[in-house]
Design a protein around this ligand. Sequence first.
Ligand SMILES: NC(=O)c1ccc[n+]([C@@H]2O[C@H](COP(=O)([O-])OP(=O)(O)OC[C@H]3O[C@@H](n4cnc5c(N)ncnc54)[C@H](O)[C@@H]3O)[C@@H](O)[C@H]2O)c1
Length: 354
Amino acid sequence: MRIKLKSHSESESLIFSLPFTEIKDYLYNLEINGKSVFFIVDKSLLAFKQYRKFLENKRFFLFNATEDNKSLESFFKIHNFLLQNKADRKSLVVGVGGGITLDITGFAATTFMRGVKFGFIPTTLLAMVDASIGGKNGVNFKGFKNYIGTFNHPSFVLISPEFLKTLPQKEFNVGLAEIIKYGAIYKPELLDFLVSNNEAIKSKTLDALSYLIDESVKSKVEIVEKDFKESGLRKILNFGHTLGHALERLKKVSHGEGVAAGMVFASYLSFKKGYLREKEFKRIVEIIKLYGLPDYIKDVNLKDILEGIAGDKKKDGEKIDFILLKGFGKPVIEAMDLLEIENGLQDLRKYYRI
Ligand SMILES: NC(=O)c1ccc[n+]([C@@H]2O[C@H](COP(=O)([O-])OP(=O)(O)OC[C@H]3O[C@@H](n4cnc5c(N)ncnc54)[C@H](O)[C@@H]3O)[C@@H](O)[C@H]2O)c1
């Protein structure tokens, strides 16, 4: 795969999927073209020999990738590293890691000397299909996620599914939830593929992973190109995320688990409103369960969920934008009031006989 992501801003990305062994050649070519390259690397990758070898003879900053460290303090440390190593405006900064590492790398690069070029080598499934695409960079601030940041595309994204062989199952599932999302809101073929290639995907067969990644990347690129700064269409990417974020905060479930349960709820609301057939709602549930993701998170207080949803930054007055489906690949953005959401949550409980 080789895709160019164009946008209304000056920046654009070249996105490649390529074998791990070819990443080195790509970077080598940049270096012989006179670029000094600096790497910001997820520290946990050092546990694996193949990644340690990859970093030989490179200048790199090791980043302990946690949400707490996705902070202004780490941002300044990265700036300090670049300064001490005499990076200049012609330097290139490359993030190697999951979404946390890429988000902070993009933010540091776009602010260092008012912005230097940067590239991404995503190493988690979520980073490959989501965080590396779309130009959102940033850090958390005072407990708010991604509160300070920039919009700017990396010059390149090098995707090698081989990284996924070392990724823990729980992290792999986070990416799968986003792929199910693309299938539901944009590319229904992905849903069919997820059902008919379940074994190949679970055993991380490279061909199956490449198909999933390529089709997901294409989906996100097409959506982002139409709406870079999230004023309209891009909001559909939040399918399942409003409830998902609330569950993540309240129950400490992973992002993927929250989004999975959130997608079930949004599909259920769509079914209750007569937008989606029950068969389609059940298909979403079936796929989510097939991949070991939760379709429902138990033991959550309804009032807490509603407060969690209302506190979401996408809130608009009393109404909250919810992404619903009028069929697979046919999302609609609907402003819903809290009472409607509460009724929906209660009905879903009854549906699950809880
Ligand atoms: N910019 C965007 O558009 C965008 C979109 C979605 C998510 N995000 C951000 O992405 C972050 C989540 O990203 P994530 O899920 O990739 O999490 P992450 O970066 O925390 O990585 C998950 C875990 O996997 C480890 N890891 C990474 N690659 C590995 C590999 N190949 N083998 C073994 N272990 C590996 C990491 O050390 C970490 O413990 C959040 O901060 C979120 O806000 C950004």
